[in-house]
Design a protein around this ligand. Structure first.
Ligand SMILES: NC(=O)c1ccc[n+]([C@@H]2O[C@H](COP(=O)([O-])OP(=O)(O)OC[C@H]3O[C@@H](n4cnc5c(N)ncnc54)[C@H](O)[C@@H]3O)[C@@H](O)[C@H]2O)c1
Length: 251
């Protein structure tokens, strides 16, 4: 790193209190951005924002709920009140409470309410965040970057997690529409298609042997960590990526 290439920018990171979100908030703040740690889990979001501020960088924690349109609009209003501009929106949060995660199985046993909630959290909220934040980017006239976090699960079939996989597929598709519609304003939209990323949460679910086995099947023979994703977000958020839009990046 060594440079503060996001100096003067303001970034909203949804799911900022999660495994990948925390690493991303910290990385973007170190690169000079003022960071909004946006999450339903406000205690953890506050701890992360406080840690960033203690290190001399700028951050604020804001609570919101992916399923609540009013809270999404409030998140954007609070960001504008706090920092006066929005340059980067990272749609990183995922709707994954245990009742939805555990019920997201195959099509034959799918509960329509579970399906609807997963789509509301992972797809509708992404649209609403953009609908709310992009007008501020457009009004300022300095462009912007929208970065979505999708999953490898969007590109292949599984016996389970049908709604999750399909919702991430919708995010992939939205990338092209957003990139097309916002290009006149120099607002770029890109999506990272993430592999299994070894967050603390995920690591706790596996034995060391299972992780070793999983790593042996990766191209780089190395587990992808949250910091690896944060580095990609920093690049996509920066002006170094000014010619990159409408791309699905398989990490
Ligand atoms: N970790 C992986 O292996 C992996 C793989 C593929 C894709 N992804 C994607 O990367 C992103 C981040 O994943 P992660 O592993 O850091 O997840 P995580 O579960 O650690 O973090 C998700 C964050 O979203 C927040 N959140 C949950 N419900 C919310 C709601 N209703 N409103 C607002 N915030 C809410 C949680 O509080 C949490 O802080 C997700 O979009 C996920 O689908 C992760």
């Amino acid at each position: 790193m060594g440079q503060r290439r996001l100096e003067g920018k303001v970034a909203i990171i949804t799911g900022g209190a999660g495994g990948i979100g925390e690493a991303t908030c910290e990385r973007l703040a170190k690169a000079g951005a003022a960071v909004v740690v946006a999450d339903i889990n406000i205690e953890s979001a506050r701890k992360i924002a406080d840690g960033i501020c203690a290190g001399g960088d700028r951050a604020v924690a804001v609570q919101f709920d992916l399923l609540d349109t009013v809270s999404i609009n409030d998140l954007v209003s609070v960001t504008m009140a706090e920092f006066g501009q929005i340059d980067v929106l990272h749609n990183n949060a995922v709707y994954n409470p245990p009742e939805a995660f555990n019920a997201d199985g195959g099509f034959l046993e799918m509960d329509s309410t579970v399906w609807d909630n997963i789509f509301a959290g992972n797809v509708r909220a992404g649209m609403e965040l953009v609908r709310s934040a992009a007008p501020h980017m457009i009004a300022r006239g300095k462009g912007g970057a929208i970065i979505n976090s999708s999953s490898g699960a969007s590109g292949h079939g599984q016996l389970t997690m049908s709604a999750y996989g399909a919702s991430k597929g919708a995010l992939n598709s939205m990338t092209h529409y957003m990139a097309t519609q916002f290009a006149p304003y120099k607002i770029r939209c890109n999506t990272m298609i993430l592999p299994a990323v070894l967050t603390k949460g995920l690591e706790a679910l596996f034995t060391e042997e299972q992780i070793e086995q999983f790593v042996s099947h990766t191209l780089m023979k190395e587990a992808t960590r949250p910091a690896d994703i944060a580095a990609v977000v920093e690049f996509l958020a920066s002006d170094d990526a000014k010619m990159i839009s409408g791309q699905l990046w398989k990490i």
